[in-house]
Ligand binder design. Sequence first.
Ligand SMILES: *Cc1c(COP(=O)(O)O)cnc(C)c1O
Length: 386
Amino acid sequence: MQNSRLLSSGCPVTTDWLKRTAAGIAELHPYIPGKPIIELERELGLVDTIKLASNENPLGPSPLAWAAIQKVAGEVHLYPDDSGHSLRNKLAERCAVAPGAITLGAGSSDVIDMVARVFLEPGVNAVYSEHSFAMYQIYTQACGAAAKVAPPLPVDHPHMPYGHDLDAMAALIDNDTRVVFIANPNNPTGTWLSKSEVAAFLQSVPSDVVVVLDEAYTEYVTEEEFPNGIDWLADYPNLIVTRTFSKMYGLAGLRIGYGISSPELASVIQRVRHPFNANLVALAAAEAVLDDDAYVTQGREVNQQGMAQLMTAFDAMGLVYMPSVANFLTVDLKREAAPVNDGLLSQGIITRPIANYNLHNHLRISIGTELQNSRFITALEQELSS
Ligand SMILES: *Cc1c(COP(=O)(O)O)cnc(C)c1O
């Protein structure tokens, strides 16, 4: 049977390509990104729309990154430094690891994809939690590997509803497990794991199973018991911590992130790294923004204030949300979220329905500026009362 979903160009299909694809590809559901502002404005003829859908930094780029980008703009006819020497050295110094411990990626998703392609194949499996970052499933399946998905902590859990249940995850690890994915804090729930919880888990994982500790939102977290995955690298050569410049550092459009692991694991992972995967502009901007402490401090403050603003509004509306330490809040609308989302879109506001995470009544809202948040709150009140 032909797959008409794929015929967006209207081309007649003469070959059933999906019968010829590698293991896992035919059943793969591609990632659904947040709707771009420009697309919404084009579709609905709106102006001045706002996007609170992809956990981007609402402050715009750091001035230091901006200046660095302008400085290298005249060099983009050249390939970048494939080793990313300068950025890797700076990251290595900040993380107190050897430069060989750093794996650069076109976003941290690229690093996670490299781990998957190196270790996963048909016949083996990866372990992760339900309601965790969508790319774990996609990369696992793209490699033809099996997914063992742990149920999350129960909805009525006193501290961490929907959080990772590390005991349940550990119980799923078997002889065929090659990789475990953990997001801390987790997306789309915003829940987090403490130092002692992660420490106990790492101890229980066989030393030849790779643990990916995805810390995409670590810069937002102020909780005292929140761990820094780098602290465990010396004891766990099977651990890779991933970080990104897409969220707090405000460079999502440039695609730059990194992994930190034992140099040995890093060199194995980099066997499948695409040449020049960290581009010239991204390398320069990332290096510059690492020096912008004021930008990060402001980002954290705006996030904390915006988080309080949204929580107060949801409380007033009688809506329950998941406890989040990241830069987004996931709220239970107590009704199907898709039509509410359509209403918000028609008011020029893009948020994220997360039915693809099997949460049909929830909406994930990235924390914006005060003005963006209030526009969203007013629009949501209107949608829920209509
Ligand atoms: C956003 C995000 C990432 C990183 O995305 P990149 O832009 O590819 O760096 C990784 N993990 C989680 C959980 C995320 O939410």
